[in-house]
Design a protein. Sequence first.
Length: 100
Amino acid sequence: MDVEAAKRPSRTFGILRAVSGVLAVGIVLLALGNIGVQFYANSRDLPGPGTLSVTAHVVAALLVVAGQIVADRYADWKAPVASLAVLIVTGATLWTFWWA
């Protein structure tokens, strides 16, 4: 077996990896949007999303980016587990701060 081929991520979980990548970008954009809205609200003396929401979105963005890096770089069992972790963190963030 070629060593370089063993290091490349497999295409078996390509769709799962792609979906988790899109969701990771979405969470990062939501975190940046929350930060921007909070700064705008503070400058106008308006109620913004709040410290908890901004902090949670930033932490979620960091977690999903780390998970997506693992999903993109590994070809073994770590890739689908990391992609599923991205899906879970994204779902929990959206449910907690947007849908519930």
